[in-house]
Design a protein around this ligand. Structure first.
Ligand code: ZN
Length: 200
């Protein structure tokens, strides 16, 4: 966590995996509560879990500031958004590469964040899937046309080589896992993500 705190990152992104919605298992709300005191940065919790409605309360009480769940994992997605809001948290939805972005259309006005997965979730270190970048472009266009307030975030394969592509597509937040933790100079990477150039 020190590495993140010292890097000028704006958020801490937490990938929660349940071994069902995605093959791997990472951690639950107890872990989030345990590390909450280790950083003053907002916690952006990405729930890659089935039945997210069962876990919203736990992650909200653990200290998540933003909670995103997967459209593919929730039948009543609109209700889950309201559930997240009921705890005073910012609500986001994520979609996997195979889900058309138009599926979010009915809920665009309700969302604080849309998290576009540009790899199939479950493992770190994968290459970005180019066709997912079109979803970011579409979301940015419709946001301007319709006056929505959601932020667009991108998760998967974002690194020094791909960050300009997603930035030009209209993304607000770039999530880095492997690129950050394997970087020789994480602060330079964050600076490149935020300002388009490396400064450390
Ligand atoms: Zn994530």
């Amino acid at each position: 966590m020190e590495k993140i705190n010292d890097s000028q990152s704006d958020w801490v992104h937490l990938d929660v995996m349940d071994g069902s919605f995605v093959p791997e298992i990472t951690f639950g709300s107890k872990f989030v509560a345990d590390i909450r005191g280790c950083s003053a940065l907002p916690f952006d919790t990405h729930l890659m879990i089935d039945h997210p409605e069962r876990m919203i309360e736990g992650f909200a009480q653990a200290g998540s500031d933003w909670i995103s769940f997967h459209l593919e994992a929730a039948v009543h997605a609109h209700r889950v958004i309201q559930q997240i809001r009921s705890y005073g948290k910012k609500a986001g939805i994520s979609i996997v590469p195979s889900t058309p972005v138009h599926a979010l259309l009915p809920m665009l006005g309700e969302l604080d964040l849309i998290l576009i997965m540009t790899v199939n979730p479950g493992y770190g270190g994968q290459a970005m899937l180019d066709f997912c970048v079109d979803k970011i472009r579409w979301l940015d266009e419709i946001r301007r046309e319709q006056g929505h307030r959601y932020l667009i975030s991108v998760d998967g394969g974002v690194n020094n080589d791909t960050v300009d592509v997603v930035r030009n597509a209209g993304v607000d937040i770039a999530v880095a896992g492997s690129a950050f933790f394997q970087a020789a100079d994480p602060q330079a990477l964050v600076s490149r993500f935020k300002y388009g150039r490396a400064e450390s």
